[in-house]
Design a binder for this molecule. Sequence first.
Ligand code: F0G
Length: 462
Amino acid sequence: MAKKLTCKSWAEPFKVKVVEPIKMTTKTYREKAAKEAGYNTFLLKSEDVYIDLLTDSGTNAMSDYQWAGMMLGDEAYAGSRNFYNLWDNIKKYYGFPYFVPTHQGRAAEHLISKILIKPGDYIPGNMYFTTTRQHQELAGGTFVDVIIDEANEPQNTHPFKGNVDLNKLDKLVKEVGAKKIPYISLAAPVNMAGGQPVSMANIIELESYAKKHGIKLWLDATRAVENAYFIKQREKGYEDKTIAQILKEMCSHFDGIWVSAKKDLLVNIGGFLATRNKHVYEEARNMVVVYEGLHTYGGLAGRDMEAMARGIEEMTNYDYIRSRIGQIEYFGKKLMEYNIPIVQPIGGHAVFLDAKRFLPHLKQIEFPAQTLAIEVYMDSGVRAMERGIVSAGRNKVTGEHNYPKLELVRFTLPRRVYTQAHIDVTFESIVSVYENRKKIKGLKMVYEPKYLRFFQARFDRL
Ligand code: F0G
């Protein structure tokens, strides 16, 4: 009997106009490349990678509309026209009156951490992000994780695993006092938890809690469009709202946001800080001159600000964001059919393999996620990223490794770049590594840099 159609495709609302050839390599070649890279996928040459799922950061394909805008770059040192175009769209789509451009997200994190944090302060947030926490610590603060427990359970299918546990937050406030908490650092969705969203209800609760205690509420809005999509899909009352309406409503609850434009905004470089707080704005506008460049370019070329301005107009298109997240869902569901352990629900920017369950014979100190990432690379040339003990770094007081509950490998989908067939190749490679998993041995770290070690650490095979 013929198969019955069960669902409609998530197919892309765009087509390919320019192509970029990629190199096909042999397994022997890749084993040599992996060794030379110290078994760290960050240290591989891009040339030696077939399908690059390391990150969705700055790896997006721009549209013809964005490329056309690049030709309209006004490269004046001061007061570029593109700065004003970008500002207009930040006001229109995010709803903040003030904004400062930066060359990427962590530069905006640097500014906001320096402006708001005093040594000895505590910054509660929904799971750490590597660069965010690093800047909070460099400013003298201590990050405290107040995410709900479900976030640390890869098989728990809670629809909003990025939510803050208000009891954990309240406990911290009672312990250290609200005066020692300059702001709550929310991320929506939560990258390290598997791209898990925060509900609007949780944001509203947080806002009223923060107001009551005189604490500011800031959002890492790097992938806020993906969060808005999940709210539309999963939260009652939002089914009929547009992505743009939900995004603006989310932002309306915060004092300000910082953004790595290299994600949602469909560009290759850029970031910004936006706020309704005039004092913070004035500080940031002054400080950006020291670290990035004049406040009307913040380390960016005029053409890049134009690409960002136009990317903002494209990012909230429903058919686009549905196809983006649809592609990730397609990938995750295929893995689940073969019982490959992944984080559920499937996230907004990536599929995360659960390395603890994939390689249960490895101890966490044998770097299971790091091992799994490099094994998949050697198998097929697909590059992914460790998000486990290496990324978690060391405790800033004791110097011991942090042992995170989640030991994951992230297969991140750049926006508008890869096809369904590329996803199939990736899926087949993961299944083939899974079939041979028992033979896989772990790694030992042989070089460790001081900051954000996952980027540059080197390993050897055990
Ligand atoms: N916040 C989040 C949630 C991020 O995912 C990133 C970067 C940043 C801030 C920092 O922005 O890279 O522009 O300086 N995430 C990349 C990733 C690196 O691969 O997840 P940046």
